[in-house]
Design a protein around this ligand. Sequence first.
Ligand code: ADP
Ligand code: MG
Length: 298
Amino acid sequence: MLRVTGVQKTYGKTTAVDNADLHIKKDRCTALIGPNGAGKTTLLSIITGLLKPEKGQVTLSGSQKDRREVIGYLPQFPQFYNWMTGREYIRYAGELFGLSRKVADSRAEELLAVTGLEKSGTKRIASYSGGMKQRLGIAQALVNHPELLILDEPVSSLDPFGRREVIELMEKLKKDTAILFSTHVLGEAEQVSDDVYMMKNGKIIMESTLADLKKNYALPVFLIETKGEIQELAEAFQGENWVEAVELDGGKLRIHAANMTQGRDGVLRLLRDTNALYTKVEAESVSLEDIFVKVMDR
Ligand SMILES: Nc1ncnc2c1ncn2[C@@H]1O[C@H](COP(=O)(O)OP(=O)(O)O)[C@@H](O)[C@H]1O
Ligand SMILES: [Mg+2]
């Protein structure tokens, strides 16, 4: 639905965004991940139209509309009027978009419900927790019924409870709205993302679906649980030429294979040949954080 091509932005000698290409798809949640200073905020500001790139384009596909009508945006450091109530704040945002007071009011009511703030709508923002403020910020970003919601570091400043609140809200919203969000907190990114872009020194250094990433970075490591004699089974694996290492880890066997194919075949064959009383066999999963560290290091 939105394409970024060859976008560049420099501040003095710093190239904040360097020839970035991005393709945001409908019905998908896209994560832009990278360390501090990678250029995420600059790139998102360019996509929203707040900042002009020196080179490159941002284009909406299949729509003649102004980009600002299609995008809802929550900045990295949103400013709230703490003396307002949550409800007043959303109404105010709606009025800024040209909604009449009456329409803005009912939209505020709707969005308080969507973001789980219906009980807090009449309380002053000053009394809100971090997670509540961030959800209010998302409600504000949704006021114009955007097709694409852009969230800059929506969970980075929150404690684990706040993070969970916001991630659960994003999971709910992504069913109806495309989401593009930046983060350097990867545990959460993993939970909601479909597509992933990694950014470093202004450059997009990796793009993939989350599913492909996990497949491509999967390690040939297998976990086995057994009701039988675990030491014996460990020794049997040790004797195989495709096995590189065997670890005994609290009642579990961790088998490091030379590669995925040999590992998969070998594990199953050996379990069968030894009539092992196994209760569980699985390939060890790799986290987005592990992959991120690898990609950033190379
Ligand atoms: N207004 C600005 N003036 C000068 N340098 C800036 C400005 N905004 C960002 N930068 C620089 O651009 C780079 C990218 O920053 P930013 O987009 O905020 O990264 P991120 O959001 O990934 O942390 C950093 O080196 C930062 O110092
Ligand atoms: Mg930033």
